[in-house]
Write a protein that binds this ligand. Structure first.
Ligand SMILES: *[C@@H]1O[C@H](CO)[C@@H](O)[C@H](O)[C@H]1NC(C)=O
Ligand SMILES: *[C@@H]1O[C@H](CO)[C@@H](O)[C@H](O)[C@H]1NC(C)=O
Ligand SMILES: *[C@@H]1O[C@H](CO)[C@@H](O)[C@H](O)[C@H]1NC(C)=O
Ligand SMILES: *[C@@H]1O[C@H](CO)[C@@H](O)[C@H](O)[C@H]1NC(C)=O
Ligand SMILES: *[C@@H]1O[C@H](CO)[C@@H](O)[C@H](O)[C@H]1NC(C)=O
Ligand SMILES: *[C@@H]1O[C@H](CO)[C@@H](O)[C@H](O)[C@H]1NC(C)=O
Ligand SMILES: *[C@@H]1O[C@H](CO)[C@@H](O)[C@H](O)[C@H]1NC(C)=O
Ligand SMILES: *[C@@H]1O[C@H](CO)[C@@H](O)[C@H](O)[C@H]1NC(C)=O
Length: 729
């Protein structure tokens, strides 16, 4: 008999054999019970939290479009961080926290501070390995928080207030999630969401092999994946979803701070669940996280020329280079609400993601069971050499940006005479040839060859004065719960790049026996560190914006595939040993430059007080749903107090003789706009407006302004202003 042949003869060998078989039977039985839905209800401890991370809403550059004139002037909706904690109930130190912040990208400096604070608040629970800082990739948030020099250029350096607000709010969101930990159940599913994204570089996508493209119906991923969080009774507490679409619904000319389509989607879902909670004061936490976002656009109508007077006005932009009359400036992507406004496009793209999530939340989804495991390492991408699966050794390069980076995209066109899709080595405008050498060091031959065929505009990897321009070291992190593996990505992968990475990692999970055939892999990013874009090698060759922004060269994707696949073995529970890691990036914040000046003083004009009404609401006729009611006040600089977790305005309703606040500055129906009227005297005004929603109850209302003024001596005093009361009928 087979067993007899292999049965150990010694007694302890026999015992070992029995215990091994017994263990295997137990594992099988548990899996069987789990798959029938029994036994699973208490397998995880789950926590969800949300908090405010909004930095200075005026006089600060916004992050995403890298546009110098995009300086914020007020608030549409506050930015939030949302956090989800998943812990193994039977071994609660096995846990991870995924953070989805309404910001453009994760950042090394932010993450370092967040990790420091959380690991000192909760020693042994949260650490550098199990905290993931993801972003919604919003392009309408407050800027200046990134640690490296290059993204600080348009914000005139580092803005500590922004970074501090993001860190404080994110730590608070995790703390709230931690305090909400309770047993519960996780389940996972996906659904197709059409008309919420398109490919903004289809000519680059088309360079991928035809056989590979033939395997996919669309040139974008259309699946929204959702991880549902329930309590032990099966009541939903929230979810974390993944769907790739750029946070560029709101255009580059907007100056009101907002959360773009994913921040809006989260608000819409949370408001639907808890209609009476003030935004951010909800317990149900809706997560709309970003996935392989690189070449996606929310401007689903396509890109058209806005060139009044030219024969090509109103025509689609040129396909390979996204130009109009050979220039990029007039080529603009249009969202689904473009005939009304970019804010309407934003709402529609948000609603389409909400509808997808709602569909999944109303279904019964496959329950997740299995261990909670994570792994994190640092990888230095400067001349990192590794082997391709066919044995050839290749390397990644120190960071560099190509000419087409300055061409921008159809979501935010570039400047001057740069276009997308420029991979030629011939000399260009002699002015740029001269200027680029003055901006960053000329690339040595090894860098130029490494980055080929990218013509280098900014040789960021060789620029370390006054401090590092772009990250050389990135975070590689994987989080696993049961059959779900989240690849936390330090960059923006294009559609096909994400597909390749997911596929190889999934195959490795299955072939190594770590997860079964139900292995489910998602890409989440840009997270942790901003390593710009990641295209396939074919897309890189044509150097559209995404290829020109693939800063570590043509083998970037393959290096990530190599590294993430290699780390899969650490996702086996009980696997011991530590993965190889490069050194953590250095803290640059101590060297950081800021050219920003503080608030000097606020004054009210002679005979006026802060909060006095300058232009009042209409009091002689009622307002109706759809109308915008507004008032202008004597203002003060909102940078004096960010009012985190609070509001700069309320809409109050008179109920039983008392004013009750029914709207805040985070309702999308309200706007807070600040205007400096005299720099010399420190005068400013504030316009508060409210577009009355259909659901608004008839009654008596007023607008309230909550401000803070700075005196010459530097003290800051709060004040309040009220409009007259008005009627909504
Ligand atoms: C969506 O779920 C189905 C069923 O689990 C699965 O076959 C498919 O691969 C999933 N889609 C993605 C993009 O993961
Ligand atoms: C921004 O640009 C769009 C499209 O060109 C235009 O419709 C819109 O009015 C502009 N918005 C602002 C605030 O200027
Ligand atoms: C937040 O919600 C709690 C509980 O519902 C409530 O007591 C509190 O007043 C709310 N705070 C605000 C600012 O709305
Ligand atoms: C665009 O460039 C092409 C090729 O250089 C040239 O033939 C064409 O006239 C240019 N079009 C315009 C509008 O300048
Ligand atoms: C990254 O690796 C390069 C090449 O080996 C080395 O010169 C550089 O010092 C490393 N950088 C960091 C931050 O470790
Ligand atoms: C290995 O694959 C790479 C990428 O496709 C290719 O450039 C290289 O020539 C291949 N090497 C061998 C030995 O086939
Ligand atoms: C440059 O891009 C063109 C398409 O625009 C492509 O045909 C060519 O192969 C690319 N050159 C290199 C060196 O990859
Ligand atoms: C305030 O701003 C709104 C919206 O931007 C505008 O419609 C309104 O006219 C402004 N009101 C005042 C009093 O300036």
């Amino acid at each position: 008999m087979y067993i007899l042949d292999t049965t150990p003869t010694e007694l302890d060998g026999l015992l070992h054999w029995f215990s091994d078989v017994f263990h295997k039977i137990c594992v099988c039985l548990t899996a069987l019970l789990a798959s029938t839905g029994m036994f699973t209800q208490q397998s995880y401890l789950l926590g969800l939290g949300i908090a405010d991370i909004t930095g200075p809403v005026v006089e600060t550059n916004m992050m995403g479009y890298a546009s110098l004139p995009q300086t914020d002037t007020g608030l549409h909706m506050r930015q939030r961080s949302r956090a989800w904690i998943v812990a193994d109930a039977s071994n609660p130190s096995d846990r991870f926290v995924y953070i989805n912040a309404d910001i453009a990208m994760g950042d090394t400096g932010l993450r370092r501070s967040i990790v420091e604070q959380l690991s000192s608040m909760y020693p042994d629970l949260y650490n550098n390995e199990n905290i993931a800082l993801g972003s919604t990739h919003s392009h309408s948030g407050v800027g200046g928080y990134l640690e490296n020099l290059l993204p600080q250029i348009t914000s005139k350096g580092y803005v500590k207030e922004t970074a501090d607000a993001i860190v404080a709010g994110t730590v608070l969101a995790v703390k709230r999630a931690h305090e909400s930990l309770q047993p519960g159940q996780l389940s996972l599913g996906n659904t197709t969401v059409l008309e919420a994204n398109i490919n903004r570089s289809p000519s680059a996508y088309l360079t991928n092999p035809a056989e590979e493209r033939a395997r996919y119906r669309y040139d974008q991923d259309k699946e929204l994946t959702l991880l549902r969080f329930d309590d032990v009774s099966g009541n939903p507490r929230g979810f974390l979803s993944f769907f790739p679409v750029h946070g560029t619904s709101i255009y580059e000319n907007n100056t009101l701070v907002s959360g773009d389509n994913k921040g809006m989607a989260a608000y819409l879902y949370e408001a639907m669940m808890e209609p009476h909670a003030m935004p951010g004061n909800n317990t149900f936490v809706a997560g709309f996280a970003q996935a392989n976002v690189g070449d996606t656009s929310p401007n689903t109508e396509g890109a058209f020329c806005e060139s009044p007077g030219q024969p090509w006005d109103g025509l689609p932009c040129e396909f390979d280079h996204s130009t109009c009359g050979n220039r990029t400036q007039d080529c603009h992507g249009r969202g689904p609400g473009f005939r009304i406004s970019d804010f309407e496009s934003n709402r529609i793209v948000a609603q389409r993601q909400v509808d997808g999530a709602k569909k999944l939340m109303s279904r019964s989804l496959p329950v997740i069971s299995g261990p909670v495991v994570y792994v994190h390492t640092y990888l230095n991408m400067s001349y990192h050499s590794f082997q391709l699966p066919n044995g050839t050794t290749v390397q990644t390069c120190p960071p560099a940006l190509g000419y087409s980076f300055a061409g921008g995209t159809t979501d935010g066109p570039g400047a001057f005479d740069f276009v997308q899709g420029d991979n030629s080595s011939s000399p260009r405008n002699p002015f740029w040839e001269l200027v680029k050498g003055a901006v960053t060091p000329r690339p040595p031959v090894e860098q130029a060859e490494c980055q080929y065929p990218k013509p280098i505009l900014l040789n960021a990897g060789y620029a370390s004065s006054p401090y590092t321009w772009s990250p050389h070291v990135v975070d590689i992190q994987l989080l696993r719960v049961g059959n779900l593996v989240i690849l936390v990505m330090p960059g923006e992968m294009t559609t096909m790049a994400g597909r390749r990475l997911r596929e190889v990692v999934r195959a490795q999970l299955i072939s190594s026996g770590i997860v079964g055939d139900d292995a489910y892999v998602v890409v989440a990013g840009p997270a942790n560190t901003y390593g710009h874009y990641v295209t396939t090698r074919e897309e890189y060759a044509v150097q559209r914006y995404e290829g020109a922004s693939t800063i570590y060269g043509q083998w970037t994707l393959d290096a990530y595939i190599d590294k993430y696949t290699d780390l899969v073995r650490f996702l086996k529970p009980g696997f011991t040993g530590t993965p190889e890691s490069n050194d953590a990036p250095k803290d640059l914040t101590s060297k950081s430059i800021t050219l920003r000046t503080g608030v000097i003083v606020d004054h009210a004009p002679l005979g006026k007080h802060f909060g006095d009404v300058l232009t009042d609401v209409l009091t002689n006729a009622p307002y109706h749903a759809g109308d915008t009611v507004s008032a202008r006040f004597v203002g003060a600089n909102p940078r004096n107090n960010l009012r985190l977790e609070e509001t700069f305005l309320t809409v109050d309703q008179l109920m039983n003789g008392q004013w009750i606040s029914v709207r805040s500055d985070s309702h999308p129906s309200t706007r807070f706009e600040w205007l400096r009227t005299s720099t010399t005297f420190g005068y400013s005004t504030v316009n508060i407006s409210w577009t009355i929603e259909d659901i608004t109850a008839p009654g008596t209302y007023r607008l309230t302004y909550l401000g803070d003024a700075k005196s010459l001596g530097g003290s800051i005093s709060p004040f309040t202003g009220y409009s007259s009361s008005f009627t909504v009928s």
